[in-house]
Write a protein that binds this ligand. Sequence first.
Ligand SMILES: [Mg+2]
Length: 310
Amino acid sequence: VTIELGAGREFDLIRQLRERWGTLAVGLGDDAAVITPVRGERMVLSTDTSLEHVHFEREWLSLAEIGYRATTAALSDLAAMAATPRGVLVSVQLTPHDVPRIIELADGIADAVRAAGTVILGGNLSRGDVLGLTMTVIGGAFAPLGRHGARPGDMLYVTGALGGPAAALRALTSGETPPAAVRARFARPAARIVEARWLAARGAIACVDISDGLAADAGHLAAANDAALEIAIDRIPVFAGVGVDDALAGGEEYELLLAARAPLPHAEFAERFGVALTAIGRVAESGKDVRLMRDGKRVAAPPGHDHFSR
Ligand SMILES: [Mg+2]
């Protein structure tokens, strides 16, 4: 743990964090973290920054929610790879305003780390003009699930119901209060870590987490596989009270978009995890774009939707 807060408060802060995190923080005393890889596992690493005024406004969320979301967003990339989290490095840039309330932020981070069944391995504290969190996540997988591997004829699935975060964000940016359930989808997303591993073990062959929006991330999957994805617009699972537009364009879902050669056990999935798994389309024979389909025919994107120009 390195600290750049200047004289005085820094060791207090570190001590506060260490005490608050308890056994969730492992080996914070040394200059660097040491992890013992599980034999045969490949390491899977990712990092993600969440910055005030760029990714969020503090008026939208509590400090705990800001910490929780930043951590979950990073962990979701491990989920997309069907990796098991092995630890998180927490780098926080604090404004003077945040220093007295660091425990709130720490509690949100802890909630997300605990939900992922992992630990905090170390990190960094520094002072800055805006609140910023950079989460580096370390995972392991015997067979990481990448974006590659989909081929024509594969089925496409999505977890959960989409559009909540986009609807919440639209309300928040226009100064309105989103409905509680919609706000919760934005403030308290889940990283589908256990779900992804379960699906990978049952035939999921390529996967991406939906951080940029279904349309955009389907585009990423199409590009990675040099293939076209056909998505049945009527099959897209839309969060209650939200439009299909938001389900297509909304980012920060942290649900998974997966391809599989054969049908995945969606009923068993739903029963086990309490989360829907919905077949939304297929990988087409030719092309390399994303196509919205209705009754087997290609349709234009819904009005107001411009994400299909890619
Ligand atoms: Mg991702």
